[in-house]
Design a protein around this ligand. Structure first.
Ligand SMILES: [Zn+2]
Length: 146
């Protein structure tokens, strides 16, 4: 393991990597470097067990205005998530970059591979096509409605 002077973790510009010294509870220390796409602050990652570390970047979902008895409507995030990697995980699905997709708030499709994520995207896209057909049906129904 490499030793470096102990300095507070620094976050540099988006394209530069974040590197810091991390103390491992089971002994030793290790220099960690974020992948370019990681936007985690790692504020609480100055020490920990080796496999506690994750790198990741959240992505926002779209917000749909759902009925709320008190407020009329409330924004409900749909299809948010996180690209993530657990670099020291013994789980082969987690130690490579993967997606945690939240189809709706509070629910998660964990640890999607690129193919699984592509399949989910295709499902959503196909459903939007069906919704377009329903929209056309609604327009026709309204035009004919008396
Ligand atoms: Zn990171």
């Amino acid at each position: 393991m490499t030793t470096l002077p102990l300095e507070p973790a620094t976050v540099s510009s988006a394209s530069a990597s974040h590197t810091w010294l991390r103390r491992i509870h089971s002994g030793g220390q290790i220099v960690e470097t974020c992948p370019d796409w990681c936007t985690d602050t790692h504020r609480n990652d100055e020490s920990g067990y080796l496999d506690d570390l994750q790198h990741g970047a959240q992505f926002d979902g779209l917000e749909l205005a759902v009925f709320d008895a008190e407020h009329g409507t409330m924004p409900m995030p749909v299809l948010a998530g996180r690209i993530n990697v657990d670099p020291y995980s013994s789980d082969s699905r987690r130690c490579v970059p993967h997606i945690h997709l939240e189809p709706f708030q509070g629910e998660v499709m964990e640890c999607l591979t690129p193919n699984e994520f592509a399949a989910a995207i295709a499902q959503v896209r196909a459903h939007c096509d069906r919704l377009e057909a329903v929209h056309a049906q609604l327009m026709k129904a309204r035009a004919e409605y008396r």
